[in-house]
Design a protein. Structure first.
Length: 369
């Protein structure tokens, strides 16, 4: 499988797989040479390679099910958008050339908020932001950010009002100081539990571990997660901290994607071989060979293989670190990002309705004068 056209096709399949999260057996058959997909050994290596890149290989029936689910979600989103558009247009179909009159007419279509309406919108904003926060805590990126905040707060690098938003304006200097000490102590407890959770994850990632042991470790990890969540729920984070958590998650995903890209490039450079195969080759690099000597079975210069080895080890260290910290695969982290974005979009929509209702109030008052 060392032909350039084969490598180009394989790279294209990897790109498709990373984008969609899967490729089909039919795509493999269509894009790769028959001698490869009909060889049991080569096919096994290919399957291992896609598995290591977190790409599922599925049949057409599974693909249709996934695509149906995506279409339903898109249809629902379009329907919601159309409904929102109709409500914005309003009852009147008359054209107005004056932009001020047009604005006033459209604002007049928006109902003034009742007390119940305000409460309902506030709950929707809180629910959306809570959905985003929960997703960030589930993958531990949010927990790490809170721990980082606690260290900065203790060192005096940030103010308490930048960390929590439940301070009272009438709180005096002494009360704020006591609150700061309490928050720092609470975050230190969160850090202790988080480190214990990471240690349990490291234990669970060991190669030879029984199912019963894994089950026990999972239960302990879940318990630590619940304890951490309870501590975080005991105070209200400042809104900007949620934004910074989201940015940390985006940066984390970018790091993971770069590591995956690096591994895929090495696999392709080796002729489409999985990492497990490359490791065996790395272990057999002859120490006495010169850098320019061609080494089998990769048929590459020793210096090139050593460079590839360094790249693979660096990328795998990144993936392993994230797996230990988050307990998630790269694909699961990307799904977490989607959960975060959906929560933030819900909050944004509710805030937009609140702003429109407030502007409607301003317009109704202005009309009286």
């Amino acid at each position: 499988m060392a032909k350039n056209t084969d490598m180009v096709n394989l790279k294209r399949l990897i790109d498709i797989g990373k984008d969609k999260g899967y490729i089909t057996y039919e795509e493999l058959s269509d894009d790769l040479p028959e001698e490869l997909v009909s060889s049991e050994e080569d096919l096994d290596e290919l399957m291992m390679m896609f598995e290591e890149l977190d790409i599922r290989v599925i049949d057409e029936e599974s693909k249709e099910e996934i695509e149906r689910s995506k279409k339903l979600k898109k249809k629902k989103a379009k329907l919601e958008a159309k409904t929102a558009l109709r409500s914005e247009v309003g009852e009147s179909g008359a054209r107005v050339s004056d932009p001020v009159k047009l604005y006033l007419r459209e604002m007049g279509c928006i109902s003034l908020l009742t007390r119940e309406g305000e409460v309902e919108i506030a709950k929707r904003i809180e629910a959306g932001e809570r959905q985003a926060l929960n997703a960030l805590l589930d993958c531990s990126i949010g927990v790490e950010h809170i721990i980082h905040l606690g260290r900065k707060l203790e060192a005096g690098q940030v103010k308490l009002k930048d960390v929590v938003n439940d301070l009272e304006e009438e709180d005096n200097y002494s009360q704020v100081g006591e609150r700061k000490e309490a928050i720092v102590k609470l975050i230190k407890e969160i850090e202790r539990l988080y480190e214990e959770k990471r240690a349990l994850r490291r234990e669970m990632m060991k190669a030879k571990i029984s199912d019963s042991k894994k089950k026990k470790l999972t239960a302990e990890i879940d318990k630590k997660t619940d304890e951490i969540r309870a501590l975080i729920d005991s105070f209200r984070l400042e809104k900007r901290q949620l934004d910074e958590m989201v940015q940390r998650l985006r940066e984390s995903i970018a790091q993971l994607e770069e590591a995956e890209k690096q591994i895929a490039e090495c696999m392709l450079q080796a002729g489409g071989k999985p990492i497990s195969y490359l490791r065996k080759c790395f272990a057999k690099i002859p120490k006495k060979a010169a850098d320019d000597d061609i080494v089998t079975p990769l048929k590459m210069k020793k210096s090139e293989i050593l460079e590839m080895k360094a790249k693979v080890e660096e990328a795998q260290a990144v993936l392993k670190d994230f797996k230990e910290r988050t307990g998630m695969t790269p694909r699961q982290l990307k799904e977490t990002m989607k959960r975060v974005e959906r929560g933030l979009e819900k909050a944004k929509q509710a805030k937009s309705e609140l702003i429109e209702a407030n502007l409607r109030l301003v317009v109704s008052i202005a009309k009286k004068y």
